[in-house]
Design a binder for this molecule. Sequence first.
Ligand code: FA5
Length: 345
Amino acid sequence: MKEKIDEIKKNALNEIENTSDLKELDNVRVKYLGKKGELTAILKMMGTLPKEERPSFGSLVNKAKEEVQSKIAEKEDQYKTEEINKKLESERIDVTLPASKIKKGSKHPLNRVIEEIEDLFVSMGYDVMEGPELETDEYNFERLNLPKGHPARDMQDSFYITTEHLLRTQTSAVQARTLMGNKEKGPIREIVPGKTYRREDDATHSHQFNQVEALVVDKDISFADLKGTLEIFMKHMLGENTQLRFRPSYFPFTEPSYEVDVSCFKCGGKGCNLCKRTGWIELLGAGIVHPNVLKMNGYDPDIYSGFAFGTGLDRLAMFKYGITDIRLLYENDVRFLSQFDRMDK
Ligand code: FA5
């Protein structure tokens, strides 16, 4: 019987040695140690032996089993290590290779213009303010001297959400918010860049566009302050040779009111297709804050005066970068937007 056990063990050890992977190793384990394995079967024969031979027989079989088990464990370790090494080898990376270039986004031309304006006005002591895009009729119109039914409301075709709420048509809505919110009723110097909405859509009008508002309120503010500020602003944005032209206009919240034109940056004022041969381009509305607006929002117009202006940022960006259709600014076409990358370099 001992020979038989030795033979089974020898065969098992041999077969283990000749395996080449974990699967084959498992097959050998089942063949010798499984439920119906050869060593398991021989142990079951113990019952047929005389009582006195059983302990030595049991110990022989168990020893053989242990040897086979430990050989299997050893091989298993070897295969697992080989597998890990193979995986590491296949995932090896060469850290000395040059990195692949990550495609970098670029600043949207509108954001460039906004940042440039903010930098300029902050350097002159202005605050940069914000207001809600979903605005009340009160702030968008009423507190700006435009009561319900005022005919000048027709100048701005609006998106109403309810009878009292609309998408703001002008950043001027923030004027009333600031005047009302200033508890000390002291001086104000602010610009308000932001999105505005009107029911318009063509090459120079968008249903969503951007404006930047400026509001200055203090003692002795006059037209000279408005003119000087606009000159600094436009020369900074469009070039030192830019000329301004003030034409009388009408806004219910300023008196007097002006439309402000700038000399055409393309032809320098001589006349070209961009400025429709006039040499001028209309860019913004401006004026001296109407005393009613000051009064309505808690300021004494006998002490304080102010100026305000509101310019279309889209139009400013178009002139600055020579963009001919406002819709290009909102189509998010990477081919168009990436042109502005080069300006960073
Ligand atoms: C206003 O919106 C006044 N709130 C401006 C103002 C502020 C006047 C403070 C006095 C004091 P207006 O409707 O003209 O004014 O618009 C101002 C500028 O916004 C225009 O000159 C134009 O550049 C731009 N704009 C107006 N509508 C559109 C539109 N649909 N698409 C693109 N830009 C527009």
